[in-house]
Design a protein around this ligand. Structure first.
Ligand code: XIL
Length: 370
């Protein structure tokens, strides 16, 4: 009577081991499919290695929310710094008053930590378009807005300050695009020289929360718009004289955006030097160039001017691969195409890094590089 049961058990064992074998085969073959689909590593040396010889950091921006192993492979291979794209913006971090949303930003910072990449936070304070709706309530008074500003910076920056178990953000865009666009925090008032108090408060608070962090004032269009760059220069000069802790100026460099002019090399040299003379680091924070302009030459020219500036510490693009570029209506803006392949723009950047003299590299003291 026991025999049929034994046969049944035997049969089941065979089946289970068959299923297991099949599962193992499927697992390994899918893994190897995924592996073999990873983008080929471009010829030559990796950008982060070449950049390190100049003692600068290089990278791009991504929230890593595409769960795309190809994009992540490029970041791990090529980048020494990664900026968040949207997940650390005020509207994303504090969607309603005093409710902070850390899940996506934690993931971003952890990825950087796990892969030995410096995390750059974008952005603590911004113009109205990047603030949550509740912050824009016209009923909020100056003193209330001041509390909101300090509370936001304290919580968001505090989460990722030096030594944090969640990982560290070494560079922060403290102010972004506020020199010429409206921001509700202007309501807090101005100082005796007419500069907005929230500019001072933002940098002062940031320095108090994490004294080791490099604090950036990031702006759009200053790579070609001379009056705007002058205004920013005069403002930062006044604020620095008062001891406001501004460490770096960020040039976004979204080249040709809305048909804007291509930056002129001589002007770029001069404007970099002017900011450098204030004791600031220079950061290229968001570069992208549509391929229908001469993207190969434009990347080459701007990076060459950058490497000739000893205070330049970061050169990075906005996004990583063309597929996820925020400039959706334009074609091909980055160093990697829709299929994750290195483009002529990649090799142009690689060549400039390889061929430009290293004469400035020992003048550089890029924080976090080593
Ligand atoms: C962009 C993001 O890349 C987009 O995904 C989003 O829809 C709009 O904002 N300058 C900045 C960045 O400072 O915050 C902007 O990022 C690009 C221009």
């Amino acid at each position: 009577m026991k025999k049929p049961i034994n046969t049944f058990v035997h049969c089941m064992n065979n089946r289970i081991s068959g299923i297991l074998t099949l599962a193992v085969v499927v697992f390994f073959s899918t893994t190897s499919i995924v592996r073999s689909q990873l983008p080929p590593i471009p010829d030559g040396q990796r950008l982060k290695t070449l950049a390190a010889r100049h003692r600068i950091l290089t990278g791009g921006s991504s929230d890593l929310n595409h769960n795309d192993v190809n994009e992540e492979a490029i970041i791990k291979n090529e980048f020494s710094i990664l900026s968040s794209e949207n997940c650390l913006k005020p509207y994303a971090m504090q969607p309603s008053e005093n409710t902070f949303e850390f899940s996506r930003s934690d993931r971003f910072v952890r990825f950087c930590k796990d892969n030995g990449i410096i995390a750059k936070g974008h952005k603590l304070m911004a113009r109205d378009g990047y603030l949550p709706k509740w912050m824009l309530d016209p009923k909020l008074t100056g003193p209330e807005l001041e509390k909101i500003l300090v509370n936001h910076i304290t919580n968001v920056m505090g989460r990722y300050k030096k030594g944090s178990p969640y990982g560290e953000i070494k560079y922060w865009d403290v102010l972004n695009e506020v020199i010429s666009y409206p921001c509700i925090f202007e309501k807090i008032g101005t100082n005796s020289e007419g500069d907005y108090l929230y500019w001072e408060q933002a940098f002062r608070t940031a320095r108090t929360i994490d004294p080791d962090c490099i604090l950036i004032w990031n702006e759009d269009n200053i790579e070609f718009d001379q009056p705007k760059a002058e205004k920013l220069y005069e403002t930062i000069k006044r604020l620095k004289l008062k001891g406001i802790p501004i460490d770096a100026v960020g040039f976004q460099c979204h080249i040709g955006f809305h048909g804007q002019p291509i930056p002129d090399n001589t002007y770029l040299e001069l404007i970099f030097q002017k900011f450098a003379d204030l004791g600031l680091y220079i950061v290229i924070s968001e570069m992208d160039v549509p391929d229908n302009l001469d993207s190969v030459d434009i990347y080459k020219n701007i990076l060459t001017v950058c490497l000739n500036q000893p205070r330049l510490i970061i050169w990075q693009t906005w996004n990583v691969v063309d597929k996820y570029s925020w400039r959706k209506k334009e074609n091909g803006l980055l160093l990697f195409d829709e299929n994750y392949m290195a483009k002529p723009t990649y090799y142009s950047v690689q060549q400039v890094l390889e061929n430009t003299s290293l004469k400035n590299s020992n003048l550089r003291t890029t924080p976090g590089l080593y």
